[in-house]
Design a protein around this ligand. Structure first.
Ligand code: CDP
Length: 227
């Protein structure tokens, strides 16, 4: 059994950055599961389809190529919004489930473990994960972080970026959709540890996360090496 760290949380809470840092620290493979839903959404949009039409979303989910997971076009606001619409369709979730489980069981590159971040990793995808974190932060803090991310990523002039109030409203709407959908809603698994990063920068959040999970991860790695 590989060692799995499941990181779930609200939109723009910093779970992706944290997951990448933890993966680097342990030498594990990292999967941003949100990027799979973003790929489905981008597929629909780029073919002129409608993310709210289940047929369009399902067709795109069956055609996605996970190799495209690092495409920078995935990170725009409209694609994130459309991702949360297609992610509510059960057939879309079913289409990307095996890929995620396979990643957890056989992490690419022969790594000893995987760090997967998303909304349902600790509850549905990897309920037996070695360690589970649920990340959150105050909406205003998340909106400011997303604004900075967009500014940096898109290299756009400040004036053309959505304002922070708008971003905050969009994040809250997306969280609400993610929490209330019927299939695999966003929620903290019973055995997940809550980490609020409102007052923590990236490094401080990493140090805190490590303190919360390191014993579990190290003993699972030791058990794995014993055979
Ligand atoms: O980066 P951000 O937190 O804004 O979003 P993301 O993690 O890239 O996820 C985009 C959307 O995909 C979310 O709003 C969810 O609706 C959906 N998602 C999901 O349903 N299940 C996951 N495991 C990951 C993402």
């Amino acid at each position: 059994m590989s060692v799995v760290i499941a990181i779930d949380g609200t939109s723009a809470c910093g779970k992706g950055t944290l997951a990448r840092k933890l993966a680097r620290h342990y030498g594990f493979a990292h999967l941003d599961s949100g990027a799979l839903y973003r790929l489905v959404a981008l597929g629909v949009i780029s073919k002129g389809g409608n993310p709210s039409r289940s047929e369009d979303a399902i067709r795109s989910a069956r055609e996605i190529d996970p190799e495209g997971i690092n495409d920078p076009h995935l990170r725009t606001g409209p694609v994130g919004e459309a991702a949360s619409v297609v992610a509510a369709v059960p057939e879309v979730r079913a289409a990307v489930l095996d890929f995620q489980r396979e990643f957890a069981v056989h992490p690419p590159g022969g790594a000893n473990g995987a760090v997967i971040d998303g909304r349902d990793i600790g509850t549905i995808i990897c309920p037996d994960a070695t360690a589970k974190l649920f990340i959150d932060a105050k909406p205003r803090v998340r909106a400011i972080r997303r604004w900075l991310e967009l500014k940096q990523r898109c290299d756009t002039a400040e004036a053309t970026l959505p304002n922070i109030d708008r971003i905050e409203a969009d994040l809250l709407a997306r969280d609400q959709r993610d929490r209330t959908r019927k299939t695999a809603p966003l929620r903290q698994a019973e055995d997940a540890i809550l980490l609020d990063t409102s007052d923590l920068d990236i490094e401080a959040a990493f140090v805190k996360a490590l303190a919360l999970i390191n014993d579990k991860v190290e003993s699972a790695l030791a058990a794995r090496h014993r055979g």
